[in-house]
Ligand binder design. Structure first.
Ligand SMILES: CC(=O)/C=C/C=C(C)/C=C/C1=C(C)CCCC1(C)C
Ligand SMILES: CC(/C=C/C=O)=C\C=C\C=O
Ligand SMILES: [Fe+2]
Length: 448
């Protein structure tokens, strides 16, 4: 929801979260949607104005004294949003939680009724006002990163399925910059947790400002360089920390280990949707820019950025395109892959690519990382949400399953679309009775 009364929010990441459910049963689709009842949403509704700090927005204060009060509540976290608008995860114990980058914005929901159950409380004393928007979730555990803005670094934490208590695995100190790099997401391999240190860093001064800066709460620090740190999941020890070329990413796709003949790990490969080290993508995602497409091609180029991180003590890692970006129109974001391949060598990824001219990713693409090709789907004037891969029960082949997306079409209507994993041909489409705005990340909640 991008408006409060007649006030329009600024950025794609500011909208109040709407939870959408697609329920497949006996060849039919039943869809529903509901507004997540966060404190931030309820306060905005009842006061008719923004009351908490969102991604780009800061509530207007009446006078200087009120501003000082607001700053104090920023330090305590009180004024930060709990608008869980980034994604939905299913914990190993079955609980379904909507997430954003503020820790307080973890909200448990009922996936059947879409009702808000309440705040997901972390019952440890680790604190931390912000965390990664994309924890790594398996049947056994939930892993996330807590950036430390005071002593620049990251705490790496685990929460075992069934528990609300996070435990510290280890800590990574930043190697550059005045603050940690933004960690919207991070990848893992079977034995390691990768901690990215992007030169696009949190910025305490920008956090305090009442008006947005070009990079919102962040700052671009090319002089501080970019790094990738590798932490052993079992011991919490940092086993490698390499400098890598400058990069900008929201979303890591997956990562895996490479071995020599004796089975020793020699390197780690980690893939992400990489915006050619150009932070201007954040500004492109303001609603004003997204709504003012004039036919001119303005979407900056992006690629599947592939990091190679040596584990032999070499100081430098590599970052290269995993395939020719022209294969997917040089647009790349909102990725998924078969979750059975988490942390393992994988071949296929699904994402939004570009059919140019455009100002936002507008295709659905299946990428074969082995033969380095992409198969692209496009509906002229339509904007697809994240293509989400769901494996067929009992599947053995990596791409045996379906890819699900929701498309906002040219006329403002919308539909859900399903693709056959192996052929990437459309196999089903169901129109919604009315259009829904662009959405971010989903998850698959199997029956039972
Ligand atoms: C929707 C999405 O992809 C990202 C949302 C990010 C948000 C809401 C970030 C919020 C923040 C604050 C309100 C203050 C502290 C910094 C930061 C985590 C950027
Ligand atoms: C929509 C998006 C990021 C969403 C974060 O959760 C990025 C789009 C990038 C454009 O290429
Ligand atoms: Fe995201």
């Amino acid at each position: 929801m991008f408006n409060i009364g007649d006030y329009g929010l600024r950025h794609l990441f500011d909208g109040y979260a709407t939870l959408i459910r697609l329920h497949f049963e006996n060849g039919r689709l039943i869809a529903g949607h509901s507004q997540i009842q966060s404190e931030a949403y309820r306060a905005a509704k009842s006061h008719g104005r923004l009351c908490y700090r969102e991604f780009s927005e800061v509530p207007k204060t009446a006078n200087f004294l009120a501003y000082i009060g607001e700053l104090a509540s920023l330090v305590s976290g009180e004024s930060l949003t709990d608008n869980a608008n980034t994604g939905v995860i299913k914990l190993g114990d079955g609980r379904v939680v909507c997430m954003t980058e503020t820790t307080k914005g973890s909200i448990q929901v009922d996936p059947n009724t879409l009702k808000t159950i309440g705040k997901f409380e972390y019952t440890d004393n680790l604190g931390g006002l912000i965390h990664s928007a994309h924890p790594i979730v398996t049947d056994e555990e939930f892993l996330t990163l807590l950036p430390d803005l005071v002593y620049p670094g990251y705490r790496v934490v685990r929460m075992v399925a069934g528990s609300n208590k996070r435990e510290l695995i280890g800590r990574v100190d930043c190697r550059g910059g005045p603050a940690p790099g933004w960690v919207h997401s991070f990848p893992v391999t079977q034995n390691y947790i990768l901690v990215p240190e992007m030169p696009l860093r949190y910025c305490v001064q920008n956090l305090l400002k009442a008006e947005p800066t070009p990079l919102f709460k962040f700052e671009w620090h090319p002089e501080s360089k970019g790094f990738m740190h590798v932490m052993c999941k079992r011991s919490g020890k940092v086993v490698a920390s390499v400098e890598v070329p400058l990069y900008v990413t929201f979303h890591f796709v997956n990562a895996y280990e490479e071995h020599d003949e004796e089975g020793r790990v020699t390197a780690i490969i980690a893939d992400c949707c990489e915006h050619n080290a150009d932070a201007s993508i954040l500004q492109r995602l303001t609603l004003q820019n997204l709504r003012s497409f004039s036919g001119k091609d303005v979407l900056p180029d992006a690629r599947v950025g592939r990091f190679t991180i040596p584990l032999d003590g070499s100081p430098m890692g590599k970052l290269e395109a995993a395939l020719d970006p022209d294969q997917h129109g040089r647009g790349m974001d909102m990725c998924s892959f078969n979750p059975a391949y988490l942390g393992k060598k994988y071949r296929y990824l699904y994402a939004s690519g570009a059919k140019r001219p455009c100002n936002f990713p507008n295709t659905i693409t299946k990428i074969d990382l082995e033969i380095k090709t992409a198969k692209n789907w496009h509906d002229e004037g339509g904007v697809p949400s994240e293509p989400f891969f769901v494996a067929r029960p009992g599947a053995t082949a990596e791409d045996d399953g379906v890819v699900i997306s929701m498309v906002s079409d040219k006329e403002g209507g919308g539909y859900a679309i399903l693709f056959d994993g192996p052929t990437f041909e459309e196999i089903a489409r169901a129109r919604f009775p009315y259009g829904l705005p662009y959405g971010l990340h989903g998850c698959w909640v199997p029956k039972n």
